[in-house]
Design a protein around this ligand. Structure first.
Ligand code: NAD
Ligand code: DAU
Length: 351
C-alpha cells in the first residue's frame, strides 16, 4: 500500500466534505489533511463521523494567505492536492466579484506555487487535482452538450474566476511540468448542501411554508448529479486519470428549474403528509439572475469509457435521500440559516 499525504482544500464545504469522507474511509494508509478557512459555507459538523479517524487532520487556513500556505506545504510535504476551496455561489459573485477573484484565482495560484516549491522538479507520485465546473463552458441553447473539447466561454464572475483558475493550472503544467488533472462537473445535490443553492433552499422553504423563488420563468436547465457520485469520480480521476487532461462529470439528468421545483414540492407534500399540490402554491416567480445561463449539459463519455465511472444513484433515489436527510437534520439547517444567512437572504430576495 502506498503511503501518501493528501491536502484536500475546501473539505468542510458541501462537496469537499463528501470527498474527505470518501478518502478517509477508502485509504486508511493515507494522511488526509482538510485545509479550509471555514467561511460561511464551511462547517466542520459535516465531518463529525470521521473527525477522530487516525488518518484525518484539519487545518484552518486561508488559501489566499501565501505565507501560511507555503508553511503548511513545507511542513506536511503533500504528495497530492485535491483543490475544492472556492467561493461557489453565482449570485454572490454578481454582488461581490472581487471575493471570487481573490479566492478562486489568487488562492489557486498560491496553492500551485506552494506545490511547485516543495515538489521541485521531482514529480514522481505527485498530482494536483483541480476541481472545476461545467459553467466554464458557458451556456447551451435547447440542444448541444459540453465535451472536454468545448471552448471556454464563462458568463458570470463566478464562472470567469473558475475558468481563470483552470487556465492557471494548465499553464503550470505547460510551463513548469506540474502534474495535474482537472474535473469539470455539473450541478451537485445531496446532504450538506448550503441552503443558498436551489435544491436545499427550496427544501428549507417548503419545510417552513415560505415562498419558493424561481428566477425568470423557470425555464433554465441544469444537469444534476448526486454529490457522492462526484466524490467517487474525483477519487477515480485523482488515482487513474491521465496527466494534464480534463474529465467532464455529469448526471445525464437534465431538469428545467420549474419542473425540478414542482418535483420537490410533490415529494415533500407526500413525506410531510401535506395535501397534494399544497407546496406548489408557494412557487413565486422572481426577477431573473443577470446573465443567467440557459442550459448546461455534460457529456461524461470520456470518464465513463476511460475510467468506468457512471452515476450510481438515480435521481429519484438521490432526491428522496436528500429530502430525508434535510428532514432528519433540521438542527443543521437551523444553525446554518441563522445570523448572516438571513441578512443575505433578505438582501437578495425581496419576498
Ligand atoms: P461550498 O461553497 O459548499 O464550499 C466551499 C468550501 O471552501 C467551504 O468549506 C469554504 O469554507 C472553503 N473556502 C472558501 N474560501 C476559502 C479560502 N479562501 N481558503 C480556504 N478555504 C476556503 O462549495 P461546493 O459547492 O462544495 O464546491 C466545491 C468546489 O466544487 C468548488 O471549487 C466549486 O467551484 C466546484 N463545483 C461545485 C459544483 C456544485 O454543484 N456545487 C459543481 C461543480 C464544481
Ligand atoms: O453547474 C455547476 C455549478 O452549479 C457549480 O459550479 C456552482 O458552484 C453551483 O452553485 C451551481 O451553480 P448554479 O447557478 O447552476 O446553481 P444554483 O443552485 O444557484 O441555481 C440552479 C438554477 O436555479 C439556476 O438556473 C438558477 C436557479 N435558481 C437559483 C436560486 C438560488 C432559482 O431559480 N432560484 C433561486 O433562488
Amino acid at each position: 500500500m502506498d503511503k501518501k499525504t493528501i491536502i484536500i482544500t475546501g473539505g468542510a464545504g458541501f462537496i469537499g466534505s463528501h470527498v474527505v469522507r470518501e478518502f478517509v474511509k477508502n485509504y486508511p494508509e493515507y494522511l488526509i489533511i482538510n485545509l479550509d478557512s471555514l467561511t460561511y459555507a464551511g462547517n466542520l459538523e459535516n465531518l463529525t463521523d470521521i473527525e477522530n479517524s487516525p488518518n484525518y487532520r484539519f487545518i484552518k487556513a486561508d488559501i489566499t494567505d501565501e505565507k501560511r500556505i507555503d508553511e503548511i506545504f513545507e511542513t506536511h510535504r503533500p504528495d497530492g492536492v485535491i483543490h475544492l476551496a472556492a467561493e461557489s455561489h453565482v449570485d454572490r459573485s454578481i454582488s461581490s466579484p472581487l471575493e471570487f477573484v481573490k479566492t478562486n484565482v489568487l488562492g489557486t495560484v498560491n496553492l500551485l506555487n506552494s506545490a511547485r516549491k516543495i515538489w521541485g522538479n521531482n514529480f514522481e507520485g505527485k498530482r494536483f487535482h483541480h476541481v472545476s465546473t461545467d459553467e466554464v463552458y458557458g451556456a447551451l441553447g435547447e440542444t448541444g452538450i459540453f465535451t472536454e473539447e468545448t471552448s471556454y466561454d464563462p458568463h458570470s464572475p463566478y464562472s470567469a474566476s473558475k475558468a481563470s483558475s483552470d487556465h492557471f493550472v494548465r499553464a503550470y503544467g505547460d510551463t513548469y511540468g506540474l502534474p495535474y488533472v482537472i474535473t469539470n462537473c455539473s450541478n451537485n445535490y445531496g446532504p450538506n448542501h448550503f441552503p443558498e443553492k436551489l435544491i436545499p433552499l427550496c427544501i428549507n422553504n417548503i419545510i417552513h411554508k415560505r415562498p419558493l423563488p424561481v428566477y425568470g420563468e423557470g425555464l433554465n436547465t441544469r444537469d444534476w448529479l448526486y454529490v457522492i457520485d462526484h466524490a467517487k469520480a474525483i477519487d477515480l480521476v485523482f488515482h487513474k486519470g491521465k496527466n494534464a487532461e480534463n474529465y467532464n462529470v455529469g448526471g445525464f439528468n437534465e431538469w428545467k428549474n420549474i419542473d425540478l421545483v414542482r418535483e420537490l414540492c410533490r415529494q415533500m407534500d407526500q413525506k410531510l403528509g401535506r395535501q397534494k399540490g399544497e407546496s406548489e402554491e408557494l412557487i413565486t416567480f422572481v426577477k431573473d439572475r443577470p446573465g443567467h445561463d440557459l442550459r448546461y449539459a455534460i457529456d461524461a463519455t470520456k470518464i465513463n469509457s476511460e475510467l468506468g465511472w457512471k452515476p450510481s444513484v438515480t435521481f429519484e433515489e438521490g432526491l428522496s435521500k436528500t429530502i430525508d436527510w434535510y428532514l432528519e437534520n433540521q438542527d443543521w439547517l437551523e444553525k446554518v440559516t441563522s445570523g448572516d444567512y438571513m441578512n443575505y437572504y433578505r438582501k437578495h430576495y425581496s419576498i
